[in-house]
Design a protein around this ligand. Structure first.
Ligand code: LR7
Ligand code: MN
Length: 427
C-alpha cells in the first residue's frame, strides 16, 4: 500500500478537475437533490435550520472562497507522503444545500489521495435520502442511525467504521478553504498525540458571507463550562514571531479536528453516555491534555463554519437537562476538587442525574492521567473577572517582580497573561 500511495502522489496531487466535476454532478443530479427540499416563497427561511436557508440555496455548491490564511502560509511545504484520512461528518436534519457544500468543498479543495473516504453519519434525520443520495459522489459513504443518538455517539460510530489511520471530524455546515488539510495531517504525523484544529472562519448565518476569523484566538471556558474564544495575551502575541506557528489551546471548539485513530481509541474515544449535543468538547480537551497529549490550532488551516444563535433541532430530554448531564459527567470525572466551582456556577446541576461514570473514572486511572490542578496550572489558568465590567484583576507586581510594588489593577481580560492568573487554594 506504500507503493500505491507513492504512485498516487506522483500521478495526482490535484483534486477533482472542473470537467470531471461536471460529469460527476450530472450523474449525481445536484439540482434535483436540492430541489426536493427547497425553501418555498412565503416560508420563514430560518424556521427549519436557524440560518437563512434561502440564501444558502442561492449560493453555488462550489463557490469560490477568499484565501484567508496569512500570506506566509503559502510558502510552506508539506510532507508529500502524508497518509490519508477518514472524514467523519455527523448530522441531524442538516439543510441539503449546506451538507452538499460541506462535502463538495472537501472534494474540491483536498488532494484526492489524502481522502480515504468521507463517512456521513445520518443521525436519524427525517429524510434518509439527504444522506443516501450523496453516496453517488466520489468517496462518500453513508451510515444511518436507527434512533437519534446525538453527535457524540454518532461520531464514535463513524470513527469505528473508519478505514484510515487518521480521523478528521467536521460539522455538517462547513466549507473548507484552500490547503486546509495538509497542515493538520502534518502536525499529527509529526506528533501523533497532538490533536490539530483549523482556524474556524465564520460563515454568516444571514448572508452566508465567508468572513476571516482572527488567528490570535484560542479556546477558553468559564466555570459553568461554557466555551468562549479568548484573545492571546500581548505577551504570547509578542512571542509569536512566526504567524504560521501552531497555537496551543486549552480547549477546542469541538467540531473540527484531526486526530490519530489509535490515539483516539487509546484515549477512550468519547464518553458515549453523553447525549445529543454539548460538553464533549470539554471532556475530550481535558482528557487529551491530562492524559499526555496536546491540542493545537493550526493557523495555516482554515475552515468556515455557519455559526448560529440557536439549535434548530429538538433535544428529547430538553436542552438544559442534556447540557447539564454532559457537563456534569465531565466535571465529575475530570475536574477533581475544582468541580465545586462548576457547581457554584451552575447550582441547577447539583440535583440532576448524570448516569454511571465508573467506566470513565477507570479509564482515567488506567491512562494515569494528571490532575485537573496540573491542567489549570500548566495549560489553562484562572483569572478573576468583574461581572459587571468584564474587566480582570491584574497584578503589576508580577510584571516587574519588585516586591515593594504589590499593586492590584483592573485591566481588560487577557486570559493567558500571567499577571492575571490567580489561584484559590483548597485547604
Ligand atoms: O443530535 C444531533 N446529532 C448530530 O449529528 C445534534 C447535532 N448533530 C450534528 C449537527 O448536525 C452538526 O453537524 O452535530 C454537529 C454539531 O452540531 P451544531 O452544528 O448544531 O452545533 P455547534 O456548531 O453549535 O456546536 C459546537 O459545539 C458542539 C458541542 O457539542 C460540537 O462540538 C460541535 O461540533 C461544535 N461546532 C464547532 O466546533 C464548530 C465551531 C463552533 C464554535 C465555537
Ligand atoms: Mn455547527
Amino acid at each position: 500500500s506504500a507503493a500505491v500511495e507513492v504512485n498516487a502522489v506522483c500521478v495526482t496531487v490535484a483534486s477533482i478537475s472542473d470537467a470531471e466535476w461536471d460529469d460527476l454532478l450530472e450523474e449525481f443530479e445536484e439540482k434535483s437533490y436540492l430541489n426536493a427540499h427547497r425553501w418555498k416563497p412565503g416560508q420563514d427561511p430560518y424556521s427549519l435550520y436557524a440560518f437563512n436557508q434561502r440564501e444558502s440555496e442561492r449560493i453555488p455548491s462550489n463557490r469560490a472562497l477568499r484565501d484567508t490564511r496569512h500570506y506566509r502560509c503559502t510558502t510552506l511545504h508539506y510532507d508529500p507522503y502524508l497518509s490519508s484520512t477518514t472524514i467523519v461528518i455527523t448530522f441531524h436534519n442538516e439543510a441539503r444545500s449546506t451538507l452538499l457544500r460541506t462535502v463538495r468543498s472537501v472534494l474540491n479543495r483536498t488532494p484526492v489521495h489524502l481522502i480515504y473516504e468521507i463517512i456521513l453519519v445520518d443521525d436519524f434525520s427525517e429524510d434518509p435520502n439527504d444522506c443516501l443520495l450523496l453516496t453517488k459522489l466520489p468517496k462518500v459513504k453513508c451510515l444511518r442511525n436507527k434512533h437519534r443518538e446525538g453527535l457524540i455517539r454518532s461520531r464514535v460510530r463513524g470513527a469505528e467504521a473508519a478505514g484510515a489511520g487518521i480521523l478528521t471530524f467536521l460539522d455538517s455546515h462547513c466549507e473548507v478553504n484552500k490547503d486546509w488539510l495538509p497542515p493538520l495531517l502534518q502536525r499529527v504525523k509529526e506528533d501523533p498525540t497532538c490533536v490539530a484544529s483549523p482556524v474556524i472562519d465564520i460563515i454568516n448565518m444571514d448572508t452566508f458571507a465567508y468572513v476571516a476569523a482572527s488567528s490570535d484566538l484560542r479556546g477558553g471556558f468559564d466555570w459553568s463550562l461554557h466555551f468562549k474564544w479568548e484573545q492571546l495575551s500581548a505577551e504570547k502575541r509578542a512571542k509569536r514571531a512566526d504567524p504560521t506557528e501552531p497555537i496551543k489551546t486549552p480547549i477546542i471548539a469541538g467540531g473540527l479536528f484531526v486526530i490519530d485513530r489509535s490515539w483516539f481509541n487509546r484515549l477512550g474515544k468519547y464518553d458515549t453516555a453523553m447525549d445529543i449535543w454539548g460538553g464533549e468538547n470539554f471532556e475530550i480537551s481535558f482528557r487529551v491534555w491530562m492524559c499526555g497529549g496536546s491540542l493545537e490550532i493550526i493557523p495555516c488551516s482554515r475552515v468556515g463554519h455557519v455559526f448560529r444563535k440557536k439549535h434548530p433541532y429538538i433535544f428529547p430530554e430538553g436542552n438544559a437537562n442534556t447540557y447539564i448531564k454532559n457537563t456534569r459527567r465531565t466535571a465529575e470525572v475530570w475536574m477533581d476538587e475544582f468541580k465545586l466551582f462548576y457547581y457554584s456556577a451552575r447550582p441547577a446541576a447539583r440535583g440532576k442525574s448524570y448516569g454511571d461514570i465508573h467506566g470513565r473514572q477507570e479509564l482515567r486511572k488506567s491512562l494515569k492521567c494528571k490532575s485537573f490542578k496540573w491542567y489549570l496550572d500548566n495549560k489553562s489558568g484562572t483569572h478573576l473577572e468583574h461581572l459587571a465590567s468584564r474587566f480582570c484583576v491584574d497584578s503589576e507586581m508580577a510584571l516587574d517582580g519588585i516586591e515593594s510594588s504589590k499593586m492590584l489593577v483592573i485591566s481588560p481580560c487577557e486570559l493567558s497573561a500571567h499577571t492575571q492568573r490567580w489561584e484559590m487554594p483548597f485547604s
